[in-house]
Design a binder for this molecule. Sequence first.
Ligand SMILES: Cc1cc2nc3c(=O)[nH]c(=O)nc-3n(C[C@H](O)[C@H](O)[C@H](O)COP(=O)(O)OP(=O)(O)OC[C@H]3O[C@@H](n4cnc5c(N)ncnc54)[C@H](O)[C@@H]3O)c2cc1C
Length: 293
Amino acid sequence: MQVPAHFEYRRATDVDHAVALLGRFGPEARVVAGGHSLIPMMKLRLAQPELLVDINELTELSGVRLHNGPDGPELRIGALTRHAELLDCALVGEHAAMLHDAERVIADPVVRNRGTVGGSICQADPSEDLSGAFTALRAVAVIRGADGERTVPVREFFHGPYETAVGPAEVLVELRVPVRAGSGSSYLKVDRRAGDWAVAAAGAVLNLQNGRVTAAGLGLTAVGAPGFGAPDAEEYLLGRSTDAGTFAEAGRIAARACRPVADQRGPVDYKLHLAAELTARALTAAAARAADR
Ligand SMILES: Cc1cc2nc3c(=O)[nH]c(=O)nc-3n(C[C@H](O)[C@H](O)[C@H](O)COP(=O)(O)OP(=O)(O)OC[C@H]3O[C@@H](n4cnc5c(N)ncnc54)[C@H](O)[C@@H]3O)c2cc1C
């Protein structure tokens, strides 16, 4: 039986309490949310925190709401929102449909009932589906520490595999997703079997005016795209029409920036092919959804 090394456990009563506990115990303390990534790593001794700070009672970190912010409406998604809640949320389906697309293919109901949005993003596994999706959506992460709150665009949040902008005595509290009129989004994934991690996946967001692209967001998962992004392909799309040739070229540009590794999920060439093809298909689906709005 795999058993984690000895650790202490505290249940936080609010976010400030969680921050204080993390600060008191230093870099060997870790937040536990759903535990679906952290606990397996502890059992394998890939992580050996001395203290777990349980945030599961912090209801203020749960749920999704539509908020009118200074830059326009945005979806505010609490870090402790479970995958299953995100999948059930009608507001998410209406304003950020790609999050529903992504959630449908993340693991299985057992994992989705417990795993959280914040845990997914903070884990920063290169195969984490929501990392690609939030990158495409240009979400902003809200992080709280002893000095108060700061905001970090998700595009600057990932410092590398399993490394994020969240400091040792900080808690991710929320993700903010801009809501834009006339936009459509889609997320597509290829996996070896239902519920598996991605072989490759791509998310796309498009804003259209008179059939031309006025804004584009792309996110790629599991293919070694730096920061899960494809900025050159986004730039290429601006001002262009939504035809198959444009989307195929955007896919080729996106794939050129990817650096996948060969593993049991497939060779490099196959993953690059998927990056290009999934990007083009996600753009096609996003355009169709944008045209419907
Ligand atoms: C069998 C299985 C299959 C899976 N398949 C997929 C898949 O196909 N696609 C996919 O994307 N994911 C998949 N996952 C991962 C799943 O989505 C996890 O739930 C998620 O990665 C982590 O969420 P969690 O709440 O369990 O995080 P935890 O395990 O609790 O935490 C993960 C990390 O984030 C930190 N953390 C958590 N919350 C916060 C916070 N609010 N502030 C600061 N740090 C925080 C923790 O300290 C830890 O370092 C799978 C998991 C399993 C077990």
